[in-house]
Write a protein that binds this ligand. Structure first.
Ligand code: AHM
Ligand code: MG
Length: 352
């Protein structure tokens, strides 16, 4: 009698990030493979950061370094680790000419010993880092521009390559280190989500072509700032909380306090995320280049919208690398409602 073979699970056939993106890029006549290479390298950095984030509860890595970053905030060790991991994963690839990070003051040049490429990157290495020691989701956000400064391919990238309107981005990526690690990218033609299988160390396609529902059921804002808000901002939140059967209100409130995670929920389920300007911080808290513009690029690619209260985020000219902007982002219908209330409130304030 034949011996029964021990049951070994058959491998599932998933579509890996590299296979998916290679096949997508083949559809573009001008594709050179460099964008594919860039996303794959970012995926590599994401796996290294995942490993450190997963260890954070086990090793003595939660302590603050005691340093203060350029925003005047305390820098935690994982922020620095994520920053250096991304720089090291990309600076030698010949794909990038210059970078800027929320964790560093000026531009990050590519050392002379490495080749330089055509992409300029703005990134927030570890968004939501105040959540690290409570084990809530944190993430990485990256906006991708094409070199525009003079000198041609292979030459040094400059601040001019980074200080661009969001509409000039050619791609954006974010990663969330949550219950799973997920990587979401867009090249402006669709938004695609991949989930890391830690047992094989591969990102597999988990949702292709995500579309934001035209309206959602949740609003997301730090309502603890109510005392500092304008009357107009209070009216926006009152609107989402008011009962109205016809428009399926009141909405529920969801706020993680980690933009990348709050945005991901909004992308998949619809609704609106807001970080308005207020009396204490007229330009809000979030950074245009490192946070708002890449996520606005994603929102637009998924059929959603992003404004600063009146102007599309993608149309704002950054004045400096650490430029801050108010942000209203999510379902097109919900962002439009917020914009209408803000516009009417401003007009009313003029008349009064
Ligand atoms: P960070 O990049 O230093 O982590 O700060 C940005 C974070 C966002 O992820 C989040 O939306 C916001 O700060 C939360 O701020 P607040 O605590 O004021 O609600
Ligand atoms: Mg951030």
């Amino acid at each position: 009698m034949a011996q029964a073979t021990p049951s070994v699970p058959m491998p599932k056939s998933g579509i890996t990030l590299s296979r998916f993106i290679r096949e997508k890029q083949k559809g573009y006549s001008t594709a050179t493979g460099e964008f594919t290479g860039l996303i794959i390298e970012i995926g590599h950095a994401a796996r290294i950061i995942t490993r450190e984030v997963r260890k954070a509860g086990l090793v003595d890595i939660l302590g603050l370094t005691g340093k203060i970053n350029v925003q005047g905030e305390e820098v935690q060790k994982l922020d620095e680790f994520a920053h250096h991991t991304i720089v090291r994963a990309l600076d030698h690839t010949g794909l990038v000419c210059v970078m800027a990070s929320e964790e560093s003051d000026g531009v990050i040049p590519i050392p002379d010993r490495h080749p330089r490429g055509k992409y300029a990157l703005n990134f927030d290495p570890l968004d939501g880092s105040s959540n690290i020691d409570t084990n809530a989701s944190i993430g990485t956000i990256i906006g991708i521009h094409r070199k525009v400064s003079p000198g041609g391919l292979g030459s040094v990238g400059t601040r001019e390559d980074l200080l661009r309107k969001g509409s000039e981005q050619i791609g954006a990526v974010y990663i969330i280190y949550g219950s799973s690690t997920i990587l979401v990218y867009s090249d402006g033609h669709g938004v695609h989500e991949f989930t890391l299988d830690p047992s094989v160390g591969e990102f597999y396609l988990s949702q292709e072509d995500i579309r934001i529902p035209p309206r959602g059921k949740t609003y997301s804002v730090n309502e603890g700032n109510w005392a500092y808000w304008s009357d107009a901002q209070r009216r926006v939140v009152d609107y989402f909380k008011a009962e109205d059967k016809a428009s399926d209100r009141p909405y529920g409130l969801r706020y993680i306090g980690s933009l990348v995670a709050d945005f991901h929920r909004t992308l998949k389920k619809g609704g609106i995320f807001m970080y308005p300007g207020d009396r204490k911080n007229p330009q809000g808290k979030l950074r245009l280049l490192f946070e708002c513009a890449p996520l606005a690029f994603m929102a637009q690619s998924a059929g959603g919208a992003a404004i600063d209260g009146s102007t599309p985020i993608l149309g704002i000219e950054p004045a400096e690398l650490h430029h801050r902007s108010p942000l209203y982002i999510g379902s097109a219908g919900d962002v439009r409602s917020a914009e209408t209330i803000l516009t009417e409130a401003r007009a009313g304030a003029h008349v009064a």
